[in-house]
Design a protein around this ligand. Structure first.
Ligand code: ADP
Length: 649
């Protein structure tokens, strides 16, 4: 539509300019003729009255033309009067002169008034055009007489197409005809909603006002109708209602506790009390009275049945504030501080696990998730979801305990396999101690005791005693049943320790064990005992795999690689039989190829390594033998700590 307006207006202007020029020329010619007739002709009449025609001709050109033509014609009238009647100025000619001037003046005044009325009307018509609403004027036969731009835009018919057509032919309307005609008859107006089909067939909902047009005698001659489009707002309203409905259905039927809260007062209290640029969480924790006061200001105004059940409340009113919800437990303070601090930092989402007390005092573990709803940016509408994780945590604790026990059982089983070696490792220094003791005694009981030799024997006794104590210490460490304990561990030393423990096994298998280290950046944080258990297990399996191999040396290489930025890699490479079938299967519980095997060693190893955020791997070497190893992060990620209870899967 807008594209049509420009050229239309342009051509309209050109036409009116031409008309103006023509009117001006006609007025000049007419003025000249009237002047000549008035001044020179012998007619005794008020010829100058004809100047009113000149004024009227120029009236459409504007106010200036009306006033100008009035002045000029008055001057011409005066000149003609003076020329024609200078000798007898006070006769009947004077009266005609005055009548002419009055006629010109009245014409000027009336033209000016008419112009201002026309200007007002034109402005009003322009306003109708500007209106976003549709304005349609119809006559008694429903023929369209006026159709504004709003109607063009909304209904899709141009003014040219609409004018002169029956409105009912153009627009299919669903209206209550009886109600409308009754209202028009009674009040002359009607307002209400109508449904109309526009040109492209789509339906519109309109808020419509109808006004009856009447002629000067009061007879109805048609209707002026103005309508506003409600379709979009109705659709938005319906959508909003349905989304609210959806929200409330989800809220009420959710299987988890959901509460709607107003946190605005609590947040205001915190923001007003807090000094600038402070770490909000730390500040709240060091001011528990403010934290509790803020919790007191939390207003819980809605809760679903799962929430009532979780907090053992009968009604929403029982859950009055944040303190009722989180109890007075010291554990809940850090959770509250974290949530408030997150919101203060501008986050619209905060999540934390905490312990809370139900209204009956039962302590539960809960994950709280707070999210600011889109229409509650001042924290006045906040959704609090609570997930009871008590059972999950208990189950996890049990699984952790089971894992610890299994790992211990694995170590004890390992030690059982190593019993021969251990006895040997302890026996050797013991035998040496006995020998050195005997020879020391001999040196002493000589007639001339050699104290230097005695001292030497005692020193050897001490060092062999230490060696035996070391072996016993290592065995005790492995045999001890401890909860997972992290410490700073030198992986090279840990591997060397395990290799020493297996020295006799290696000799028995006629195998050499070499340890290679590359790019070690420093100690890592892990559970020393458990990781050593894994290394011993891998070495035992490697030694076992080389047994019976006759055509090549029995070689085992332990490679410790610290090249990667975030983890360390340990691989035990052997020249043994290689792994039968899919190498990854060796980590499955009860997978064994040994007649006396249990098939649990490596699955325990996997649990240990994954529990510390690492990965195990196994593959056959290109030539012969296999490589079984693991990676461990330099520090155990918190979420990985013994949280993968896959040993029983
Ligand atoms: P077990 O020693 O009781 O069999 P493990 O879980 O320690 O239990 O080992 C499972 C199986 O994995 C072994 O029986 C063996 O078949 C295979 N395996 C483990 N390490 C190696 C290796 N280095 N070379 C070949 N096979 C291996």
């Amino acid at each position: 539509m807008a594209a049509n307006t420009g050229p239309k207006q342009g051509s309209f202007k050109a036409i009116s300019r031409r008309r103006g020029q023509f009117a001006l020329a006609a007025a000049i010619v007419a003025s000249a003729l009237i002047f000549l007739a008035d001044a020179l002709s012998p007619i005794d009449g008020a010829v100058a009255v004809l100047y009113t025609g000149v004024v009227l001709t120029l009236a459409p050109l504007g106010r200036r033309f009306v006033i100008g033509s009035g002045c000029i014609t008055a001057v011409l009238t005066t000149i003609a009067f003076l020329i024609g009647h200078a000798d007898d100025p006070l006769g009947g000619a004077l009266l005609r002169y005055i009548v002419s001037l009055v006629a010109i003046a009245i014409t000027v005044l009336l033209s000016l008034r008419d112009r201002s009325a026309r200007t007002t009307l034109a402005e009003q018509a322009r306003i109708l055009e500007l209106s976003h609403d549709t304005v349609v004027v119809r006559d008694r036969s429903d023929i369209i007489r006026y159709w504004n731009e709003g109607a063009e835009r909304l209904y899709g018919w141009t003014r040219g197409e609409a004018l002169g057509r029956r409105c009912s032919d153009l627009l299919e309307s669903i209206v209550s005809a009886e109600e409308i005609s009754a209202s028009l008859e009674q009040n002359g107006t009607w307002s209400g909603e109508i449904i109309r089909t526009r040109r492209d067939g789509t339906r519109l909902i309109l808020a419509s006002r109808w006004l009856e047009r009447r002629d000067p005698d009061g007879r109805p001659v048609g209707i002026i109708e103005t309508s506003a489009d409600l379709t979009e707002s109705r659709r938005a309203l319906a959508e909003r209602r349905s989304s609210e409905q959806r929200y409330s259905t989800i809220f009420n039927s959710a299987g988890f506790a959901a509460l709607e809260c107003d946190l605005s007062k609590a947040m205001r209290l915190i923001l007003d009390s807090r000094g600038p640029s402070q770490d909000c969480e730390a500040w709240l924790l060091s001011n528990p009275q403010i934290l509790r006061a803020a919790a007191n200001e939390i207003e819980i105004y809605n809760a679903n049945s799962a929430a009532l059940a979780m907090f053992e409340a009968d009604t929403v009113a029982d859950l009055t504030d944040g303190n009722a919800l989180l109890g007075q437990l010291p554990d809940s303070e850090p959770a509250l501080a974290h949530i408030f601090a997150s919101l203060v930092a501008g986050s619209s989402l905060a999540e934390i696990e905490t312990r809370c007390a139900t209204l009956h005092g039962r302590i539960i573990d809960a994950v709280l998730r707070v999210s600011v709803l889109p229409d509650g940016q001042d924290w006045s509408r906040v959704l609090l979801m609570a997930f009871d994780v008590t059972e999950r945590n208990e189950a996890r604790a049990k699984i952790e305990q089971t894992s610890v026990e299994l790992a211990h059982a694995g170590r004890v089983a390992l030690l059982g396999q190593l019993a021969g070696s251990i006895v040997h490792e302890v026996n050797q220094p013991l035998a040496a101690i006995i020998n050195y003791g005997k020879s020391g005694k001999r040196w002493l009981t000589r007639p001339d005791p050699d104290l230097t030799e005695v001292a030497d024997c005692l020193e050897k006794i001490v060092s062999n005693g230490n060696r035996a104590a070391e072996v016993v210490g290592r065995v005790r460490a492995l045999a001890k049943k401890t909860a997972p304990q992290v410490s700073s561990v030198d992986m090279g030393a840990l591997v060397q320790d395990a290799v020493s423990l297996l020295a006799r096994e290696a000799r028995a298998a006629a195998a050499t064990i070499r340890v290679e280290e590359a790019n070690i950046r420093g100690p890592i944080i892990c559970d020393r005992v458990q990781v050593q258990q894994v290394i011993v297990n891998l070495l035992m399996n490697a030694l076992h795999a080389t047994r019976g191999i006759a055509d090549r040396p029995h070689e085992i290489r332990v490679r410790i690689d610290g090249t990667a930025e975030n983890f360390i890699k340990v691989a035990v490479e052997d020249s043994g039989t290689g792994i039968e079938g899919n190498p990854e299967r060796i980590f499955e519980p009860f997978f064994t190829t040994k007649s006396d095997g249990m098939g649990l060693g490596l699955s325990i190893c996997r649990t240990i390594i994954e529990g510390q955020g690492g990965r195990v791997s196994a593959s056959n070497n290109d030539g012969w033998g296999a490589t079984v190893g693991f990676t461990l992060p330099l520090n155990i990620p918190a979420e990985a700590r013994w949280s993968k209870p896959n040993i029983l899967i």
